[in-house]
Each structure stands twice: as structure tokens, then as C-alpha cells.
Ligand binder design. Structure first.
Ligand code: CMX
Length: 133
């Protein structure tokens, strides 16, 4: 599976983005609110590596909870897959149950699902299918 992006939970998306663009040389690809996840998202890329910044839009949701418990930092690894239904079924056959019964729409219109870090050795795994696939 190809790594699509590294998701970072951030308190201040503008300041974090400034660091990634001016110090790290990353270019802004996308900026949007994802209401289903209660986050504002920026994707920045350089040399084939994509970083996703996630700032909560309120006090609820996975990113708000993560920040309250842990503070800013690496939140998840996201992997590109061609067919999310097939991938979810393959994981299930191996004993790894996705968080959502059906994929949800994430940033950039991708269909996404997740595997709990308690099942995946401490790392939250996202699988993501491009909207056109
Ligand atoms: N990475 C590693 N460990 C994590 C974690 C993460 N991102 N989030 C939680 N944990 C750990 C906690 O540290 C805790 O461990 P301990 O029990 O040892 O203390 C345990 O998991 C449970 O933590 P929690 O705070 O009670 O978290 P929940 O189980 O309520 O929620 C999760 C965790 C994965 C189910 C939730 O974050 C979730 O639903 N995530 C999927 C959706 C999501 O992340 N959306 C954000 C936007 C994504 C996007 O748009 O790309």
C-alpha cells in the first residue's frame, strides 16, 4: 500500500502551515473544512510527500479529543487504496475491523475508513480511495 499522507493534529493551522511552507518548502495543495470530521484541513506537498494538517473546528470530534489528551503531533498515516470495499473486507478477513461500517467522505472527497490504533500497534491507520476511482 502506498503512503498517501501523514496526518498531523494542530492547534493553529495558519502558523503550522507557515512552518511547512517557509522552512520545509512544502506547497499548499488543498484547504477545506470537512464537517463530517469536524476539522479544517490543509494538504501540503513536496517531492512526493504529502502532509495533512488537521485543526478542529470545535470542541467535539477525533482531532479535538486527540489535542486535549496529547497535544499537537502525528495523528495518523493514510494509505491510498484502489477499492475501499475490497480493502476493508480483506482487513476484516484478517481480523482487523474498520471503525465505520461504511466509508465516509474525507478531505478532497476521498472515501475513507480507519483502523483503531489499539488494533494496529499504536498507529491510527486511514485507508483512502480517490473520488474518481
Ligand atoms: N494515534 C495513536 N493512538 C491513539 C490515537 C492516535 N491518533 N488516538 C487515540 N489513541 C489512543 C489513546 O492514546 C488511547 O490509548 P490509551 O488507552 O493507552 O490511553 C486509546 O487510543 C483510546 O483513546 P481515546 O482518546 O479514548 O480515543 P477513542 O478511542 O475515543 O478514539 C479513534 C480514537 C481512533 C477511534 C478516533 O480518533 C477516531 O474515530 N478516528 C477516526 C476519525 C478521525 O481520526 N478523523 C480525523 C480526521 C481525519 C481526516 O480527515 O483525514
Amino acid at each position: 500500500m502506498q503512503l498517501d499522507h501523514i496526518g498531523l493534529a494542530v492547534q493553529d493551522i495558519e502558523n503550522t502551515s507557515k512552518f511547512w511552507s517557509e522552512a520545509m518548502g512544502y506547497q499548499l495543495l488543498l484547504e477545506e473544512d470537512v464537517p463530517s470530521m469536524a476539522v479544517r484541513v490543509q494538504k501540503l506537498a513536496s517531492h512526493g510527500t504529502t502532509i495533512e494538517l488537521l485543526q478542529p473546528t470545535g470542541n467535539e470530534g477525533a482531532i479535538a479529543k486527540f489535542l486535549q489528551k496529547r497535544g499537537p503531533g502525528i495523528h495518523h498515516l493514510s494509505f491510498h487504496i484502489e477499492n475501499i470495499e475490497e480493502a476493508t473486507a480483506r482487513f476484516a478477513a484478517l481480523g482487523y475491523t474498520a471503525l465505520y461500517p461504511q466509508p465516509r467522505v474525507g478531505a478532497g472527497g476521498c472515501l475513507v475508513n480507519f483502523f483503531h490504533p489499539k488494533d494496529t500497534h499504536g498507529v491510527l491507520i486511514e485507508i483512502a480511495q480517490e473520488p474518481s476511482a
